[in-house]
Design a binder for this molecule. Structure first.
Ligand code: FAD
Ligand code: NAI
Length: 466
């Protein structure tokens, strides 16, 4: 069978690339080894984690804020089986949606592991071991990533678990130990802390979510502590051992001092993800990995001129929307267009409550660059909207160029930050100054007023409501 473009992997990078290729008139095939489409994001990532975050947030509100709002109910009980069942339904409707989109766009879906025979021939091996081959002019590799294990404590998937198992637990952990206070650790840690688990986070660095602006991690630390999480920042895990139904963990403070011994019933290891290329047969086409990633140029082309790679398997942030943009970019390039991605303006979001959302440079990066900048911040607690909803935690921080006032970064921790950051991305795409945003009318009362106020603070140190 001859295709113009074959995409390997059906995550947000792969399926979006396939749709855009089909829209542009290419005869397109999509190879996926699992029976459901959508990759990590839809099956065991973005979507199921958000489903559980939402359920657990409802539970938390019922238990802790309804009374204050004047809603009297008897003490709520968390039903994990129902939460997981609802999550499975959400996943199913999303993955079915992708199957529908493939049909609608006349994309041929081939189920099985795709591996290169040569640069134009791909072998597909089904679960049952049946092999078939297709030929193709171009290939887009979108094989994604997998959780990174601790070298001395591999996943047993029962007690030492990754995010995949944490999305499927049959019981609420009594004590969930989380190794890694990054995005997964804080999102899934929040889920279980809200529904009654004791959650202890051990993070190697001195701040939570350390890739984001430092202020965000500091604020998230306060929020996590309020939720009852125990945090060991700046700690190095030295051993993890499973004994029956218990996990025993030892961690040492990096700065020296007494080691910590923890005993839990589950240990979530969330120390990052690694690109996934197993079984792809890259050796057949002469592609060598660089620190596990497929090396690509600025056009996402590998060293083989008809083969491209996108998403988690290449350099850059491991985010669904980054993978999607790359899928569109490659498809449009193949059609002779000249698309562009501004990687600085790929937003990052942590879906805790309050949410954390960020775009552009962090203050730490500006310091490192030696760039002259000014900052403006505005706390949620000074917002009428936040008082009305009782979502008082958080702040908006705006970084702007000292001389030109151009916005260089927007960092928000607070209610609905995930949706608000789109306005920040838009402003930065149009290279707005802090004053531009400060002079735009923002509806009252909204959380977005905090962005306007932070811009007023950054541009001329004259917020109105503070
Ligand atoms: P993937 O989604 O990993 O898809 C790759 C696909 O390729 C898989 O289906 C795999 O089975 C298939 N495959 C691999 N090898 C082969 C082969 N040889 N043959 C055939 N098929 C193959 N990102 C966000 O932006 N927002 C979020 O809220 C978010 N939440 C997350 C929560 C969790 C718990 C996790 C784990 C991740 C989350 N992410 C989130 C990250 C996001 O899931 C990834 O960045 C995204 O899925 C990457 O897309 P991709 O297309 O590169 O790869
Ligand atoms: P991460 O990179 O966000 O966080 C890993 C954390 O573990 C870091 O803080 C790191 O310092 C720490 N760490 C590393 N080794 C350690 C060790 N030995 N002991 C203690 N701490 C250690 O990775 P995470 O949370 O596993 O998520 C993987 C990726 O998935 C993320 O980078 C992100 O790209 C994606 N993701 C995105 C989400 C979103 O957009 N909301 C949600 C979940 C995942």
């Amino acid at each position: 069978m001859q295709y113009n473009v074959t995409v390997i992997g059906s995550g947000p990078g792969g399926y979006v690339a396939a749709i855009r290729c089909a829209q542009l008139g290419f005869k397109t095939a999509l190879i996926e080894k699992y029976d459901t489409l959508g990759g990590t994001c839809l099956n065991v990532g973005c979507i199921p984690s958000k489903a559980l975050l939402d359920s657990s947030e409802h539970f938390h509100n019922a238990a802790h804020t309804f009374k204050e709002h004047g809603i009297d109910i008897s003490e709520p009980k968390a039903n994990i089986a129902q939460m997981i069942k609802r999550k499975a339904g959400v996943v199913k409707s999303n993955v079915d949606g992708i199957a529908y989109l493939m049909k609608k766009n006349k994309i041929e879906v081939l189920t099985g592991v795709g591996s290169f025979v040569d640069k134009n021939t791909i072998k597909i091996t089904s679960k049952e071991g049946k092999e078939s081959q297709i030929t193709t002019e171009k290939v887009i590799i979108a094989t994604g990533s997998k959780p990174t294990p601790l070298p001395f404590a591999p996943f047993d998937k029962k007690r030492i678990i990754s995010s995949t198992e944490a999305l499927e637990l049959k019981e609420i952990p009594k004590h969930l130990i989380v190794i890694g206070g990054g995005v997964i650790g804080m999102e899934l840690g929040s889920v279980y802390a809200r529904i009654g688990s004791k959650v202890t986070v051990v993070e190697f660095l001195d701040n939570l979510i350390p890739t984001m602006d430092g202020t965000m991690g500091k604020e998230l630390t306060k929020v996590a502590k309020k939720l009852g999480m125990e945090l060991y920042l700046g700690h190095k895990v030295t051993s993890v051992e499973v004994k029956g139904k218990e996990v025993l963990l030892k961690a040492e403070p990096k700065a020296g001092g007494n080691a910590v011994d923890l005993k839990g019933d589950y240990c979530l290891v969330s120390i990052g993800r690694r690109p996934y290329t197993d079984g792809l047969g890259l050796e057949k086409i002469g592609i060598d990995l660089d620190k596990g990633k497929i090396p690509v140029d600025d056009h996402l082309k590998t060293k083989v001129d008809n083969i491209y790679a996108i998403g988690d398997v290449v350099r850059g942030a491991m985010l669904a929307h980054k993978a999607e943009e790359e899928g569109v970019l490659v498809a449009e390039q193949l059609a002779g267009q000249k698309p562009h991605i501004n990687y600085l303006l790929i937003p990052g979001v942590v879906y805790t409550w309050p949410e954390v959302a960020s775009v552009g440079y962090t203050e730490e990066q500006l310091k490192e660059q030696g760039r002259a900048y000014k900052t403006g911040s505005f706390p949620y607690k000074a917002l009428g909207r936040a008082r009305a909803s009782m979502d008082l935690d958080g702040l908006v921080k705006v970084l702007a160029d000292k001389a030109t006032d151009e916005i260089l970064g927007i960092h928000i921790i607070g209610a609905r930050a995930a949706d608000m950051i789109a306005a920040g991305v838009t402003a930065m795409e149009f290279r707005a100054s802090a004053e531009d945003i400060a002079r735009i009318s923002h509806a009252h009362p909204t959380y977005m007023e905090a962005v306007k106020e932070a811009c007023l603070a950054a541009t001329a140190n004259r917020p109105i409501h503070m």
